[in-house]
Design a protein around this ligand. Structure first.
Ligand code: NAP
Length: 297
C-alpha cells in the first residue's frame, strides 16, 4: 500500500501564516499588542527547550512573550503569580510548562488560570467545556492532531479509533475530541490486556504512550491511519512512540515533522483567538453599558 505522509511542517506553516495575518489585524484594529506569559519552574532541560521553541514561534508571528522562570517555587507562590497575570489586561494568554516539580500541585495551578487566558487548555473547566463540545481552548497537542486530520479532510465519523495513552494533556482530551467528531473510541493504557488486538481492529491509532517505537508496524491494520504524538530521543535521533508504518498505513505523521510543529502552531492559534475574544468581550460590555445608560435616561 502507498502511504501518504501527513506533513506537519506544511500544516504548521499554513496555520502560522494565518495567525500572522490575524495578529496584524488585531494590532491595526485595537492599536494593541498580543502577549503570552510563560511560566517555567525548575531546571528540566526539555521544558526549557519547549518554552524556547514556543517563544521563538510567538516572535515569528508578532506575539510578545513575558517569561516567568523560577528555579524553585511553592504552589501558593505560583498561584499568586497566576492570579496577578489573570488580572493583568496586557496579558492575553498564560502557559505553564508541564511538568512542574512534584512538590507543586500542578492541577491546582492550571485551575487558577482564568478560562479566557487558558491557551493551553489545561484547566479542569476548559477540559469540561471541551468534553461537552462547548467553546473552550483545547490542549495544543490534541487540538493540533485534529488540525492535522482536518487539513487532510479525514472524515472521522463512524471510524474506530484507538488512543494509546490516557494522560490529562494528551490521551484523554484527544479521545474526547475524536468522540465529538463521531468516531468510536477505545482508550488503552498500561493495564490494557491486549493492546495489539485493540490496535489491529482500529481505523485510526493515536500513539501517545511515551515509549520509543513501542507500537509495531505489523500491529496496524492495512490502511489504518497512524498519528504518532510521541517524541523520544534515542541514540541522538528523535523517534515516535510507533515504528514507521510506511507501506501499511494509508496516512501517517512522521517523527519529527508531524504532530510536534502543529502543536506549537495550534498554541499560536489559541493565543490570537484568546486576544480577539477578550477584546470582543470588552466591546460587548461597553456597548451593553451604553445601552443601559440610554434606557435609564
Ligand atoms: P504520560 O503522561 O507519561 O502518559 C503516558 C500514557 O501512556 C499513560 O496513560 C500510560 O498508562 C500509557 N502507557 C504507558 N505504557 C503503556 C503501554 N505499554 N501500553 C499502553 N499504554 C501505556 O505521557 P504524555 O505526556 O501523554 O506523552 C505521551 C507521548 O507524547 C510522549 O512520547 C511525549 O513525548 C509526547 N508528547 C508530545 C507532544 C508534542 O507536542 N508533540 C506534547 C506532549 C507529549 P497509565 O495511565 O496506565 O500509566
Amino acid at each position: 500500500m502507498k502511504s501518504t505522509i501527513l506533513d506537519g511542517k506544511l500544516i504548521a506553516k499554513n496555520i502560522e501564516e494565518n495567525v500572522r495575518k490575524r495578529v496584524y489585524d488585531y494590532e491595526d484594529n485595537y492599536n494593541d499588542n498580543i502577549t503570552l506569559a510563560t511560566i517555567i519552574v525548575g531546571n528540566n532541560k526539555p521544558s526549557k527547550t519547549y518554552v524556547k521553541m514556543k517563544t521563538e514561534a510567538c516572535k515569528r508571528v508578532g506575539i510578545n512573550t513575558r517569561e516567568y522562570s523560577f528555579p524553585t517555587f511553592t504552589t501558593e507562590g505560583l498561584i499568586q503569580i497566576i492570579k496577578m497575570l489573570n488580572d493583568d489586561s496586557s496579558i492575553n494568554g498564560i502557559l505553564i510548562q508541564h511538568p512542574l516539580p512534584e512538590i507543586i500541585d500542578e492541577q491546582k495551578c492550571f485551575d487558577t488560570i482564568a478560562l479566557e487566558k487558558d491557551v493551553d487548555g489545561l484547566n479542569s473547566h476548559s477540559f469540561g467545556k471541551m468534553s461537552f463540545n462547548e467553546n473552550a481552548f483545547g490542549a495544543a497537542t490534541p487540538k493540533g492532531i485534529i488540525n492535522i486530520l482536518d487539513f487532510y479532510n479525514i472524515n472521522l465519523e463512524g471510524k474506530k479509533a484507538c488512543v494509546v495513552g490516557r494522560s490529562q494533556i494528551l490521551g484523554k482530551p484527544i479521545a474526547l475530541m475524536l468522540l465529538n467528531r463521531n468516531a468510536t473510541i477505545t482508550i488503552c493504557h498500561s493495564k490494557t490486556k491486549d493492546l495489539k488486538e485493540e490496535i489491529k481492529s482500529s481505523d485510526i491509532v493515536i500513539a501517545a504512550l511515551g515509549k520509543p517505537e513501542y507500537i509495531k508496524k505489523e500491529w496496524l491494520k492495512e490502511g489504518a491511519i497512524l498519528i504518532d504524538a510521541g517524541y523520544n530521543y534515542v541514540n541522538g535521533k528523535s523517534v515516535g512512540d510507533a515504528e514507521n508504518p510506511e507501506g501499511i498505513a494509508s496516512f501517517y505523521t512522521p517523527v519529527p515533522g508531524g504532530v510536534g510543529p502543529v502543536t506549537i502552531a495550534t498554541l499560536l492559534e489559541n493565543i490570537v483567538t484568546a486576544a480577539e475574544k477578550q477584546k470582543e468581550l470588552i466591546q460587548t460590555k461597553e456597548t451593553k453599558g451604553k445601552q443601559y445608560i440610554k434606557e435609564e435616561i
